[in-house]
Design a protein around this ligand. Structure first.
Ligand code: GLC
Length: 554
């Protein structure tokens, strides 16, 4: 049984611009978050009950990529508040028993960061080698064929000094040269600065991209295993521009640094499609990332067999002792209420999804507003802010970043000014005030689930065993701390008969009408998710019974 807090915690991602605006300029800020802390966790089941907050970048930034282009690593952008506000937020969150982690963006800086300004000043500049500069190819073009994640070449020519610089994202986000020890030392200073202020850890942006091939070799063309080339980024295999072996040395050093500061953690964004590659970032001796994001649910359609497969992959591939993570929504992808939209059954799928997310073996990450069933907003072309959306409207990330709807007052209680992005279309009904006192609301369901989870040792510490189950369902046992649970999820809109290893007490169901006890033979209602707790320890552990489960399909 591990007592690392981040293994038992439920994290809540706050897209800071969109959570709550206290200053009235239409952009969310730290003061706004402080005002809403009681909503997140006031120590009672009246509140949501999350354990840790991840704040998207709050550093000064010219906002070409909305904070993921940092111009000063040890300050707070005045748009969001001040260092004093952050201190207050940390104190207020800690007082309520919540941890706070900050977003660290080490792969690239803003082109306006003093380091880059100095680096681009001259080929002989002291900081020239802090970034990746190269001469043009023989034909005058970029040094190699690498493509930016946001489209177009990953190189921009700097006429003043006659060389190209590398940028994995926008030209306004030059990549730092992580083979330069001075860069490693400078970022370590930034980490220590925030740790000394009392932050509980970091979400580390695109950590797998820090190191590139030393010889900057061309990426090879794609093969049939690669995803459809939706954008030019997928028109090549990313063999040399990320996921290089030397990145693990940097991560190990950060892990040692965090460990020296006690109870701190980091969760790395390892945005790789192959789960085995993601798993590798925990390190062979569990000495690298304490947590790595596993985004696989974000690209899984509403299908029980596919979710089961994603979970089995994690169970198979994650090194022993390493803690998995699960994510349904984030600031980079369409919201799952939209992806799994079912106009006939309302938020039934969102409930099943929540039950799954919060009972798997791993640390769950919620995204602000998912507890309300918030859907993607409609962004008129003239209001597109996201640089990806400007280049590829169908892939824009603004729809998932609309302001949190707090109530039905003007601007949804988000701001007294004009919000930086339009409110989601159904904000008058999908908002906190409308759901808070309604025991049947999705918000109330999340609250029940989150507060129940804190009391369930099998979920917090236990093993997971996938059970045989009829087509369209996903059923697993969680066992630990003297507790035995079965979670049964029906992904279909029809009833499904199941044979569980035993009957028991219904700890939670997405169906209000479900009785408090159930037998081993039971029928899941359409779109029902259910947690059953063994009434008394069965003669054999439930997972041993898996082989004998012979549920029939109706
Ligand atoms: C990560 C962030 C994303 C950002 C990109 C560049 O993927 O989550 O929002 O645009 O890195 O920093």
């Amino acid at each position: 049984m591990s007592h690392d807090w981040w293994k038992q915690a439920v994290f809540y991602e706050i897209y800071v611009r969109s959570f709550h605006d206290a200053s009235g300029d239409g952009i969310g800020d730290l003061g706004g978050i402080i005002e809403r802390l009681d909503y997140l966790n006031d120590g009672t089941p009246r509140s949501l009950g999350v354990d840790a907050l991840w704040l998207t970048p709050i550093n000064p930034s010219p906002m070409f990529d909305f904070g993921y282009d940092v111009s000063d690593y040890t300050a707070v952008d005045p748009l969001f508040g001040s260092l004093g506000d952050l201190d207050r937020l940390l104190a207020e969150a800690h007082r309520r028993g919540m941890r706070v982690i900050l977003d660290l963006v080490p792969n690239h800086t803003s082109h306006l960061h003093a380091w880059f300004v100095e680096s681009r000043a001259a080929r002989t500049a002291a900081k020239r080698d802090w970034y990746v500069w190269r001469d043009p190819a023989a034909d005058g073009g970029p040094p190699n064929n690498w493509v930016s994640s946001f489209g177009g070449p990953a190189w921009t020519f700097d006429a003043a000094t006659g060389q190209y610089y590398l940028h994995s994202f926008l030209a306004e986000q030059p990549d730092l040269n992580w083979r330069n020890p001075a860069v490693v030392a400078a970022m370590e200073e930034a980490l220590c600065f925030w740790l000394a202020r009392g932050v509980d850890g970091f979400r580390v942006d695109v950590i797998h991209k820090l190191i590139k091939d030393a010889a900057l070799r061309d990426n090879p063309p794609p093969d049939e295993r690669d995803p459809h080339p939706l954008r030019d980024y997928f028109g090549q295999r990313h063999v040399f521009d990320h996921d290089q072996p030397e990145v693990h040395d940097i991560i190990r050093a950060w892990r040692r640094l965090l460990d020296r500061h006690g109870d701190r953690m980091m969760v790395g964004e390892v945005y790789l499609l192959d789960p085995a590659r993601v798993a590798a970032y925990h390190g062979v001796a569990d000495d690298e990332l304490p947590l790595a994001f596993n985004f696989s649910f974000q690209w899984t359609p509403w299908d029980a067999a596919q979710f089961r497969q994603r979970v089995q992959e994690v169970e198979r591939l994650w090194p022993a002792g390493a803690q998995p993570t699960y994510v349904l929504s984030s600031h980079d992808a369409p919201r799952h209420a939209t992806r799994f939209d079912d106009p006939v059954h309302g938020d039934a799928r969102a409930r099943v999804a929540a039950l799954m997310l919060l009972t798997l073996r791993g640390t769950p990450f919620l995204y602000y507003g998912e507890e309300l069933g918030l859907r993607d907003g409609e962004i008129p072309p003239a209001r597109i802010c996201d640089p990806v959306g400007k280049r590829f409207p169908a892939l824009g990330r603004d729809p998932a970043r609309t302001p949190m709807p707090w109530d039905a007052s003007p601007q949804a209680g988000f701001s007294s000014g004009e919000p930086w992005l339009p409110l989601a279309a159904d904000w008058r009904t999908v908002n906190v005030a409308a759901q808070r006192d309604d025991p049947t609301s999705l918000l109330s369901f999340y609250r029940r689930l989150l507060w129940w989870r804190k009391t369930a040792p099998a979920v917090l510490y236990g093993s997971l065993r996938v059970l045989d189950a009829p087509q369209g369902t996903f059923v697993y046992a969680r066992e630990g701390g003297g507790q035995q649970l079965v979670v049964a999820l029906n992904f279909t809109a029809e009833p499904r008969a199941l044979q569980l290893p035993g009957g028991g007490r219904v700890a939670l169901s997405t169906q209000a009408a479900r009785a408090a006890q159930c037998d081993a033979a039971l029928t899941l209602a359409p779109n029902e998710g259910l947690i059953v707790e063994a009434a008394a320890p069965p003669r054999r552990p439930w997972h041993d019974a898996a082989a004998s489960v012979s549920a029939q399909e109706i």
